[in-house]
Design a protein around this ligand. Structure first.
Ligand code: NAD
Length: 492
């Protein structure tokens, strides 16, 4: 891997003024993959100044020209897809196929956002007065702070940066310290695509670096994806200081399995949604709400499937599930095993760190299924973010929907049923931001809005046309060509 890994500020690769560094290790092997700047307040200030300076030019660059840079970035990502995917696996652990999906999502989003360069439609509408023209146009916020987690190291930054750029913002990007390599790769791509200096700046670092960025008064908008706790902290700051804010936070998603469902199909959806990316997706199915008559059989089959998953290095083609991201995450999952047991849940399988067979130097956790789970237990309410799922039994559709909706998060629900009227009734009553019928909780596409209700966010959406509303604001324009003073609401 080609280092040195430096910050990227105003079109130049820069050593950190802080003179501090951190190392990232491969979570499957413990090997150090590189040393990255631990940026301080001065580095952040310099990056924000560069973004603020570049905005004065970038916002007046015609949107189709801005989009051309994005199209070139999309081509470069496509050409480098294999290596980019390998780097994702090496730095955060997910298996190579899923890492390739991460890169593909980044490419899809880049092209989709680039297409907006020639759309970004506003409205024209009649005025209530004669000889007067009325329209609305989008305008950028200014400097956007993009702060991201590690679980989709390429896709999530592209969700944010591509829309921010095409709408005319400039950005400072602060990736997670657990996925710095992909951030470095993305900036190399922007550089090669010909993005002008200062339009996107990269500062590596941890939570403190993120906090410096949020608190810089020249940052007009914060786009944050991460945990509920940090999101709420940032929201409080932005609320007090009048900053625009986009939040994408956690999930406690459920798959509802009714007794008339195709159970083979539901099983495939459950295994993929609960254990894909080692359960470390905001869209992971950490609750399986199963109708009583089929619950015991479904549980037995799920336990057999979970126990058979092959754990290992995600680069190995025979691996089904990679490690979790780091030691704190491993410890957090372990704590929830005790919390679940203390509350009266039963471990049907898993429940411990996975060791042996080359797993000892990585952060591997056994695929885990809790049974005897009641809906208000902590393991059924709180996001664990690991390969852990709960079986909760329900009596009927109404009961299932009530259980589903009664959590602090609201990202995804899926329901398996063969009954169309039940599917539509569920669709109407489920209160999450995303719903699947007869598919798992994973599988969002870039041209539909992505985000959730309640604690999952603050009402904004990534992706689709909805993202335009996050990264731009409306300007209403009135052009009076009557040559006289006309008074709206008064001259009638
Ligand atoms: P995290 O909240 O710990 O960190 C996210 C980012 O915020 C990191 O870059 C971190 O360095 C930074 N940060 C931490 N404290 C900060 C502060 N006080 N000020 C500014 N920045 C700060 O989350 P994580 O562990 O990296 O990611 C996992 C979480 O992300 C899970 O809760 C998951 O559900 C969520 N997530 C949500 C979505 C979504 O779209 N809803 C997608 C992926 C992940």
């Amino acid at each position: 891997m080609a280092g040195p890994y430096l910050n990227y500020i105003n079109g130049r690769w820069r050593e950190p003024r802080s003179d501090r560094w951190f190392e990232r290790e491969n979570p499957a092997t413990g090997e150090v993959i590189g040393r990255f700047p631990d940026s301080g307040a001065d580095d952040v200030a310099e990056a924000v100044a560069a973004a603020a300076g570049a905005w004065e030019t970038w916002r007046f660059t015609p949107a189709p020209r801005r989009a051309e840079v994005l199209f070139r970035a999309g081509e470069l990502m496509t050409a480098g897809e294999d290596e980019l995917a390998r780097h994702v696996t090496v730095e955060m652990g997910k298996v190579l196929k899923e890492a390739a999906g991460d890169i593909q999502e980044a490419i899809d989003m880049t092209y989709y956002a680039a297409g907006e360069g020639r759309r970004m439609f506003g409205q024209t509408t009649p005025s209530e007065l004669p000889s007067k023209f009325a329209m609305s146009v989008r305008q950028p916020h200014g400097v956007v702070a993009a702060i991201t987690p590690w679980n989709f190291p390429m896709a999530i930054p592209c969700w944010k940066l591509m829309f921010a750029l095409v709408t005319g913002n400039t950005a400072v990007f602060k990736p997670s310290p657990y996925s710095p390599l992909s951030a470095f790769n993305l900036l190399r791509i922007f550089e090669e695509a010909g993005l002008p200096p200062g339009v996107v700046n990269l500062v590596f670092g941890g939570d403190q670096t993120g906090a410096h960025l949020v608190e810089d008064p020249r940052v007009a908008m914060v786009s944050f994806t991460g945990s509920l706790e940090v999101g709420r902290e940032i929201a409080a700051y932005c609320g007090r200081n009048g900053k625009r804010l986009h939040l994408e936070l956690g999930g406690k998603n459920a798959i509802i399995v009714l007794d008339d469902a195709d159970l083979d199909l539901a099983m495939e959806g459950a295994v993929w949604s609960a254990f894909g990316t080692s359960g470390q997706r905001c869209t992971a199915a950490s609750r399986l709400i199963v109708q009583q008559p089929v619950a015991a059989g479904f549980t037995d089959r799920l336990v057999a499937r979970a126990t058979a998953l092959r754990l290992g290095n995600g680069l190995d083609a025979s691996t089904d599930m990679g490690p979790v991201v780091n030691q704190p995450q491993l410890e957090k999952i372990q704590r929830y095993m005790d919390i679940g047991r203390d509350e009266g849940a039963t471990l049907a399988c898993g429940g411990a760190r996975a060791t042996g067979n080359g797993l000892n130097s990585g952060y591997f956790f056994q695929p885990t299924v809790f049974t005897d789970v009641r809906p208000r237990m902590r393991v059924a309410q709180e996001e664990i973010f690991g390969p852990v799922t709960d079986i909760i039994t329900c009596s009927d559709l109404e009961d299932a929907v009530a259980i589903n909706n009664d959590v602090p998060y609201g990202l995804v629900t899926s329901i398996y049923t063969a009954d169309t009227s039940k599917a539509f009734r569920a669709l109407e009553r489920i209160t999450t931001g995303i719903v699947y019928i007869n598919a798992g909780t994973i599988g969002a596409e870039v041209h539909l809005p992505f985000g959730g209700t309640r604690g999952t966010g603050n009402g904004h959406r990534e992706a689709g046309q909805a993202a335009l509303d996050s990264y731009s604001e409306w300007k209403s324009v009135y052009i009076d060509y009557s040559g006289r003073l006309q008074k709206a609401q008064i001259d009638r």
